[in-house]
Ligand binder design. Sequence first.
Ligand SMILES: [Fe+2]
Length: 387
Amino acid sequence: MHEASSSLHHCKFEVPEIVFGRGLIHKVGSCARRLGGRKVLLVSDEGLLRAGWVDVALDSLRGAGLDPVYYGDVTPNPKDTEVEEGAREYLRQGTDVIVGLGGGSAMDAAKGIAVLVSNQGRIRDYKGTDTIQRPLPPMVMCPTTCGTGSDVSQFAVITDTLNMCKTVIGSRTLAPDISLTDPDTLSTLPQEFVCTSGLDALSHAIEAFFSLAATSLTDVHAIRSVRLLASSLVTGVREQRPEDLEQLSRASLHAGMALSNALLGMAHALAHPLGGRYDLNHGSLNAVLLPEVIRYDLPAVWEKLPELSWGLGCRTNGDPAASARAIEDTVCQLLHDTGAPTSLRSLGVVEVDLPELATKALNDVCLVTCPRQATQADLLGVLEKTF
Ligand SMILES: [Fe+2]
């Protein structure tokens, strides 16, 4: 496989310390203690509490001699108001380390709390990249879905409840100190979230691979993620066998490393305003948008297509045109076989809102690395085709 356009001429690659393996959620206490913590704010949500993982984490933290405080008022598409309340709780309790346990929502909320307790102000003050001035408290992130990437990424996405949109914050300081993945936590994840978070990981891998900021360091993780998803996503969703769930966790981790350093593209630029406007599942939105965004991107990433089609398990002998067809077919087949949603309309999106959503996407940071310079009309075109 030739090197295509990947370059190491100007590049940095940021990742936390990574701890990965079945059963390791029981080590979250020793991870937090290594960061110098005494009183830990554990940020999670109702689903993880019901599934028993919050108690597992609290036991581990106490077993390590720490004093944990639980904050669980986090909902999907975490709201700025929830983050502000979490920050007040952190300060009230005098905590000094933050542990995020959950999907992207819990972990992004945990990151948002870290931003507010050290930098003050409101979440929307930190929109964009490199707006955080002061260092954040030490953080351990424990993903319990197979798609977010927040456990390794330099990003947090919080819903701005005043403007009904998402605030995307990018900063090196948002990469946690430790990413701890225990694939066993996926065993209690409802089937539909294995599907949607796995498809979020697929969109991370493909958008990071197509990104203008991709390098050979990010490509290797993107392609590894795609290979794992192509072989394990359908069976992982249908049967949830431990070995498949471990592969999906691994795929999510690789995609997270790729997206954190190469950033994303149009699917995420559109998914953010859609998620902010209608409070919809992030992975479902990306699943609907992905095929059309791939079609849009194709002319700009022609030389990379053979490597991606190889990653997806297709035999196209290095021919870009054959690779393009194979990629489209394989992605659509994966979406079909996992039972993913197929249209924005079916998710509850209203057609009259599409022009405003396209305008909001134009200002999303993810569009900066889209391989084609998209206009409002391009964005609206993709929304209309996926409606
Ligand atoms: Fe995503």
